[in-house]
Design a protein around this ligand. Structure first.
Ligand code: DOR
Ligand code: ZN
Length: 359
């Protein structure tokens, strides 16, 4: 399970062979968009936690089963890929539905969207108190809770919403459900890093490639860049540095979750542009470049392939993948359906290339 680093004459690794990673947070959408995007994820990752924020959202085991079937039908047969399904929590969701879906192996986890926090979150939870019976059940059966950690109050500055969520909601959940397995999704602040580090082993966090790469100034550099707009929004540089330190620290509390969230170029470049960064096509290239810059390539396998399965109580993947120190040009746009999607890093060159899976 130890990653192999092949070294060049200068003692810098030229190849990295690691256990195949999983993506612990991804949006693959539905219908034509699903067919167009899912193989970018299935090409690199063995498994992925599939976000349930479709319209309408996935709120029953039957809906999750059907969505899983549609995902598998869209995956190219050359990929061995397992979608792990999640249930979208609403104010009225029945704990029995969740328990049954988990027992049947349909649901891996539940996703908490505070109502109004992000894309298709209107059916989300309006008050955490409303789902206390659900959290009780999840704690008892050992089912993970995945949290979009932002308050939605209009009077809270958008850049403070994660930190205020920790104070007002996260701390309360942890206090009232001390044994609940909880993933603080796509963290963006030093406060979240500190909170996760100071909490027990049942609290972990995912970190996206994009929050490791740019800070909030980049969204406005030289004009507004809608393709860097996502939620939670990127924060100040000090937060990005805290995320990079956490991801590359080797701590098993932090693991890979891309939050890849495709929207068409029209939906992004609009008077009211959608939130989301489409990073699935070159996700591992992006993470590898960041870990290399931090002189932490030896920590990539833990973050990408081992800490997530350990938290979820699953075995790591059996296969290995290879990343090679070779430049790769990221296309500026990808033709998808009848339109384009701008991939993360579009038009840039990254120094590591995913070359495939070793069987
Ligand atoms: O930027 C985001 N896009 N954040 C989310 O939480 C949802 C996602 C989406 O579904 O587009
Ligand atoms: Zn997401």
């Amino acid at each position: 399970m130890i990653s192999k680093l092949r070294k060049s004459a200068k003692n810098t690794p030229t190849h990295l062979t690691i256990t195949q990673p999983d993506d612990w947070h991804v949006h693959v959408r539905d219908s034509e968009m699903l067919a167009a995007v899912v193989n970018f994820t299935a090409r690199q990752f063995g498994r992925a936690i599939i976000m349930p924020n479709l319209a309408p959202p996935i709120t029953s085991a039957q809906a999750a089963r059907e969505y899983r079937t549609r995902i598998l039908a869209a995956v190219d047969e050359k990929h061995d890929f397992t979608p792990l399904m999640t249930c979208y929590l609403t104010d009225n969701i029945d704990p029995k539905e969740i328990e049954a879906g988990f027992a049947q192996g349909v649901f891996t986890a539940c996703k908490l969207y505070p109502a109004g926090a992000t894309t298709n979150s209107d059916h989300g939870v309006t008050d955490i108190q409303n789902i206390y019976p659900v959290l009780e059940t999840m704690q008892r059966i050992g089912m993970p809770l995945l949290i979009h950690g932002e308050v939605t109050d209009a009077d809270i500055d958008i850049f403070d919403r994660e930190a205020v969520f920790i104070e007002r909601v996260m701390s309360k959940i942890i206090k009232d459900f001390p044994a609940l397995k909880t993933v603080f999704e796509h963290i963006t602040t030093k406060q979240a890093v500190d909170f996760v580090q100071e909490s027990g082993a049942n609290i972990a966090a995912t970190i996206t490639p994009h929050h490791l790469v740019y800070n909030r100034s980049a969204i406005f550099a030289g004009g507004i860049n809608p393709h860097l707009y996502c939620l939670p929004i990127a924060k100040r540089e000090l937060h990005r540095l805290a995320l990079r330190k956490a991801a590359t620290s080797g701590s098993s509390k932090f693991f890979l979750g891309t939050d890849s969230a495709p929207h068409s170029v029209e939906a992004k470049q609009s008077a009211c542009g959608c939130a989301g960064v489409f990073n699935a096509p070159y996700a591992l290239e992006s993470y590898a470049a960041t870990f290399d810059q931090e002189n932490a390539l030896d920590k990539l396998e833990g973050f990408a392939s081992l800490h997530g399965p350990h938290f979820y109580g699953l075995e790591p993947n059996k296969c290995k993948i290879v990343l090679e120190r070779t430049n790769i040009e990221i296309p500026k746009t990808l033709d998808i359906m009848d339109t384009q999607i701008i991939p993360f890093h579009g038009g840039e060159v990254l120094g590591w290339t995913f070359t495939g899976i070793l069987s």
